[in-house]
Write a protein that binds this ligand. Structure first.
Ligand SMILES: C[S@@+](CC[C@H](N)C(=O)[O-])C[C@H]1O[C@@H](n2cnc3c(N)ncnc32)[C@H](O)[C@@H]1O
Length: 285
């Protein structure tokens, strides 16, 4: 076992790690404990004892996270989700000025996945057509920061084109008064997102299985794309969004490589052209 017992001693005695709000610190500690367990052996009695201590501390810290997620889930079911998520949304906004364009995941992703508790998908996945991008969730800090900047109201409908397991529409329904729609090619992901919305009582989040090229866009005021597709497929969807923008003002939010393509659309203007590396927000002209 290679775990430095000095750090383990320190973590075992650090009472603050048991405070629910110290999510980031707990997440760092759990990562370190996991690494120790992955690297370690327990051939000798001393090593076996050390391993037991690591496992016990990891279980204790995980239980704090689980209780925090259960408490937020309950708040959402009671209709108080926006309030329960507010400290975490504020944390995402305060870290947003750091030069962080990456799609790395952090403690907020652990929190959101614990809160949403989306089960394993069981149905087989469909083959992807040319240009379609496989599922990868938007990092939670980017979603929370984007929602703070969008300031969605009751009259808004956010449509996530290529919504995967539905994190974005679900968080819209939890944290704002807007409605949300996820359009997703994979029926298995749609079923999982719908079940999550049902369990959390999120009546303002809807999910449709289909191709973004054919989905109804007529109710959307804000469209989100986390690089769900590229090439001709992206072109076809952008042309459809341009038609929508002739009927009413819309906003388009993007994350990832598709931002560069969207930034070239002459019918859109970026809210902050100097920061297209985080979720970018474009307004129709
Ligand atoms: C990168 S993931 C983004 C997931 C989600 N929007 C998020 O931010 O967490 C892209 C998703 O788009 C879906 N997708 C790709 N092409 C699509 C299309 N033509 N119509 C609907 N969904 C599509 C994929 O199945 C995948 O789940």
């Amino acid at each position: 076992m290679t775990a430095p017992s000095v750090r383990l001693d320190f973590l075992e005695h650090d009472v603050s790690l048991r405070e629910p709000a110290r999510l980031r610190e707990r997440s760092d500690a759990l990562d370190w404990l996991d690494t120790c367990l992955a690297l370690g052996v327990s051939a000798t009695p001393d090593e076996a004892r050390l391993r037991q201590r690591i496992e016990a501390l990891a279980a204790e810290l995980q239980a704090v996270d689980d209780a925090l997620c259960a408490q937020i889930r309950q708040a959402i079911q009671l209709g108080d989700g926006a309030l329960a998520l507010r400290p975490w949304a504020a944390a995402a906004a305060s870290g947003a000025d750091e030069d962080d364009s990456s799609d790395r995941y952090d403690h907020l992703d652990n929190l959101i996945s614990g809160v949403l508790a989306i089960g394993e998908t069981t149905e087989p996945l469909l083959p992807l057509d040319e240009g379609m991008v496989f599922y990868q969730p938007s990092p939670a800090r980017h979603i929370l920061h984007m929602l703070a900047r969008l300031a969605l109201g009751e009259g808004d409908v956010l449509i996530d084109l290529g919504s995967g397991l539905g994190h974005v529409p679900l968080l819209v329904a939890i944290a704002t008064s807007a409605r949300s729609i996820g359009v997703e090619w994979q029926g298995a992901y749609v079923a999982a997102a719908r079940q999550c919305a049902r369990e959390l009582g999120l009546a303002r989040a809807h999910f449709e299985q289909g191709d973004a090229r054919e989905a109804s866009l007529s109710t959307g005021t804000v469209f989100y794309l986390y690089t769900p597709f590229g090439g001709d497929l992206l072109r076809a969807v952008l042309d459809r969004l341009q038609l929508e923008a002739r009927r009413r003002p819309i906003r388009v939010c993007t994350l990832g490589p598709c931002t560069q393509s969207v930034a070239r659309e002459s019918w859109l203007r970026a809210l902050d052209a100097s920061r297209l590396d985080r979720p970018a927000i474009f307004h129709s002209r």
